[in-house]
Design a protein around this ligand. Sequence first.
Ligand SMILES: [Zn+2]
Length: 469
Amino acid sequence: MYTVIGLEVHAQLKTDTKLFCGCSADYFQKAPNSQVCPVCLGMPGALPVLNQKAVEYTMRVGFALNCTIPDRCKFDRKNYFYPDLPKGYQISQFDEPLCVDGYLDCEVDGEVHRVRINRVHLEEDAGKLIHAANGTSQVDLNRACVPLIEIVTEPDIKSPEQAAAFMKALRQLLRYLEICDGDLEKGSLRCDANISLHPEPDKLGTKTEVKNINSFKAVEDAIKFEQARHRKILESGQEIVQQTLGWDADKGIAVPQRAKEASDDYRYFPDPDLLPVHVSEDWRDEVRGQMPATPAQWRERFSKDYELPDYDIGVLTEEKETAVYFDQVTEKFNKPKEVSNWMMGEIMRLLKDHDEIKVSASDFADFLQVIDEGQINRNTGKEVIEAAFETGKTPLAIIEEQGLKQISNTDELAQVIDQLLADNADQVERYRSGKTGLMGWFVGQVMAKTQGKANPKAVNELLEDRLNA
Ligand SMILES: [Zn+2]
């Protein structure tokens, strides 16, 4: 059996205001129905005004996904009745979306897999229903009319692992473009999966749609569940019923919701309150000019400018904040591989318990400089960074406070060593007469006299110099 999967991904745009009115689009943890106006409440006679920023953010996604942006797009009414949709229709884009025909490359087990993008369109989100324990339902319309983009793939995904890899690559891209926070748990990125199985490759069987997928794990789990269910039904000679299911992550099962409606059921028609949008070449150029670099462009630059191994680049560019931080540290302390080693080791380890890097890029660069000069050793350095994360103090302040700097100053060390040799003339004699194993004893003495702060390399050099004179 061959599996064919297509994804429909909804991403909330991080605009200041909603798609068709001036209400704040930031509804997270706001009092219910506090971010609303006649337009997003669907009052009769209230007219929508299109948010230009939302169109431009969608164009960014289109360019980054290698889409064509046609000269014209329009908005349509998608009619359905549900209490979270006050107008009785959702404003969406039907047959003339903003972006068409693109692709996104994602990596699965070291191999690049290309997923074609059918379209990216812009639409408004619905409100939220809250089902109370007493059996009543309430509606919060703060989310109504918040801009959403829907990204629809071609059925190019062949496995649950590929689906998860696509979602990760897409989330990373949207975050780098600074148009969506990509938070699956908060619902700013949501995904529905269409899945079908067929005995022959590249053929489509009857599909089902799984909704309510809100983590990367759920993407894989939900598709695996449906894959197994389809296979069992088909192998027993029965037929798949085309339907929509909801993923229940707690129980690990997909629960049937309703028979799948066809697009006819929505009675799409052009919204008479909104003019078609004309996209000129100048406007395209302007938006292209404002585009933040994509993850692929960052990776390419890290490879070219810093000559880092692919593995390092993958880790450092996974989150944009980390990549920016790396850039800033390297600007001040120009040993990229050294910076990378520290970031992939200690910093990543500490980030498991902390939500952000607690040391500024500039302070971290100063710290690496001190290590590079041999003023403290690596193991001490690890303790210092950990203490900096815990206390919020700068690494150099901690080094100073705890007196951790090694003594590399040769004059200071030479004094200690000369005194030591003068006090132990007999040991010096034994060394010079062939007992070179005593070197360790001398080093140990210097370390003891300096409370372990002497730079071992400098001590060895000075001792050899004096003893072999
Ligand atoms: Zn409003």
